[in-house]
Design a protein around this ligand. Structure first.
Ligand SMILES: Cc1cc2nc3c(=O)[nH]c(=O)nc-3n(C[C@H](O)[C@H](O)[C@H](O)COP(=O)(O)O)c2cc1C
Length: 487
């Protein structure tokens, strides 16, 4: 199912009893964070919040602000128009089943065929709701980023940050589009930082523009169908189009409209479009920022985004999130990605049963994977395979368990980890790229990663004591007690 605007999705959340409207003025400086954080820490992710009167430096904003709209399993499923994210994973699996792909790239070309069957390829249109109001800055328009209710999230942040931006760029050589979510610190009404980390596709496009010494056109979308937001955060391989993926997710073509001042096209039904450019070589201090890791990320140099225009819908809603000490809204976005791409991992590694990235690990720090083990050292094959696949390269700790362990139950995984491992025998260290946000390594972006083989050990792995049996109740007794209706 497709939503024609963020307001449609917010309406669906409201009707489903999953939204709290806050009619009183609340400050975009820290106060919205405090309220949103309380929801995000509530069991299951709390409710979405719509601030009808956010204030900016004490003055009312023209635009309402929605937050935590994707912060629960149910809301994430509603965002993609399904009962559960697993249904989308199932659809993905059906497409891939015809001819098991040998790589993510091959999986993608199959997915493209599936998109064709759904008639969900992007379409070009000449106009759209995102242009209901157009502010072109070369014409002296005084609208600016200060008109948007952009959050000052945490007390020691370096400024206000746009936290749910979908950043559109193009490869200057091939013209291939990329959409990534990279936060943007506001420097002034017309300038922001562009926080694409070194491993991300936006940064790669940027490097090519710098090498060619050409100005890089950039368009940033806010709002619209939540499927767009999901697609921007999904770890798709470089060169694979997030807009096409969004079409697959929403089962409807994304309608693309040309920007006013840059040579890029964006979905016509988003709430805001910020158009502009990045100038080769121009870097500026970005941060500090209270980050996904739960710590403040230190100041670092990032490219500068100069705005040339802002266009928006009439009645646009400004979308935001906060990140910080987990669990936060981003956990549900990450979890949905893992579920949807699990069939691709399984195609590459058929022994994989399930996978989870628990909230405590903030995406990349901790991965639990269960496998149907058939041969010695299979757990290590899985670790190395995952460390070689796209953004899974960042996984700091990978714990491999047997198929009968529920990886979504952290307590059960820790039980297996502690019980089934001999620390020296069952661990391995590797060197790999690290997530830019990881403050633990001595040098940014590189570090060691550790794998734990918490599976049962085989004689062929040198274990000859006979692996003990897990204590379990007799099935007949369980059935009898179940029948008594006792818990
Ligand atoms: C709320 C949120 C904020 C994010 N902020 C950033 C960011 O500032 N910089 C970054 O490089 N990645 C950030 N990410 C992760 C990227 O969006 C993600 O890795 C995405 O797959 C990158 O797309 P790309 O592979 O097309 O570059 C964020 C993710 C979420 C969910």
């Amino acid at each position: 199912m497709a939503y024609g605007a963020l307001s449609e999705f917010v309406g669906a959340l409201d009707r489903g009893g999953d939204l709290i409207r806050i009619r009183e003025p609340v400050a975009t400086e820290l106060e919205i964070t405090e309220m949103a954080d309380r929801q995000m820490k509530a069991p299951g992710g709390g409710k979405a919040l719509l601030f009808e009167k956010p204030t900016i430096d004490g003055k009312p904003s023209r635009f309402p602000l929605a937050i935590n709209t994707l912060g629960s399993k149910r809301r994430m499923a509603l965002a993609i128009g399904l009962e559960s994210v697993d249904e989308l994973a199932h659809q993905m699996q059906l497409i891939l089943k015809a001819k098991p792909p040998k790589s993510l790239r091959e999986a993608w070309s199959l997915l493209k065929q599936g998109v064709d069957l759904l008639h969900a390829r992007p379409k070009n249109v000449s106009d759209g709701p995102c242009k209901e109001e157009i502010h072109r800055f070369e014409k002296g328009d005084d609208f600016s980023l200060h008109d948007l209710p952009v959050l000052f999230c945490w007390p020691k942040d370096g400024g206000r940050f746009i936290t749910l931006p979908m950043v559109y760029t193009a490869d200057p050589d091939s013209g291939e589009r990329n959409v990534g979510m990279y936060r943007m610190q506001i420097f002034d009404g017309r300038t922001t930082a562009m926080h694409w980390q070194v491993h991300k596709v936006g940064a790669r496009h940027g490097r090519r523009y710098y090498e060619k010494n050409e100005r890089m056109p950039v368009a940033v979308c806010l709002g619209g169908d939540p499927a767009y937001t999901f697609a921007a955060t999904a770890p798709l391989p470089d060169g694979l189009d997030e807009v096409l993926f969004a079409g697959f997710v929403r089962k409807k073509s994304v309608e693309l409209v040309k920007c006013e001042t840059v040579d890029l096209a964006v979905p016509a039904d988003v709430d805001f479009v910020l158009e502009g450019f990045v100038q080769p070589g121009e870097l500026r201090d970005e941060g500090p920022f209270g980050d996904h890791t739960g710590f403040y990320t230190a100041v670092d140099k990032y490219p500068v985004f100069h705005l040339t225009a802002i266009t928006h819908r009439k009645g646009a809603i400004y979308p935001a999130t906060i990140v910080g000490v987990p669990p936060m809204e981003d956990f549900y976005l990450g979890d949905a990605s893992v579920r949807v791409f699990l069939p691709v991992f399984k195609m590459n590694f058929p022994e994989i049963v399930d996978m989870a990235l628990p909230a405590e690990g903030v995406f990349h720090n901790l991965v639990f994977v269960s496998i149907r083990k058939q041969y010695p050292y299979q757990a290590y094959k899985i670790m190395h395979g995952l460390w070689g696949m796209g953004q899974m390269m960042f996984s700091k700790y990978i714990v491999v368990v047997d198929a009968d362990c529920d990886v979504h139950n952290t307590s059960e995984v820790l039980f297996r980890l502690c019980a089934n491992t001999d620390p020296q025998r069952d661990t391995t260290f590797i060197k790999n790229p690290s997530d830019s946000l990881d403050h633990a390594p001595n040098i940014p972006n590189i570090g060691s990663h550790m794998g734990f083989d918490a599976t049962r050990k085989l004689p062929s792995e040198g274990y000859n004591r006979g692996w003990p049996e897990l204590v379990r109740m007799d099935e007949q007794v369980r059935a009898k007690i179940d029948a008594l209706g006792l818990k």
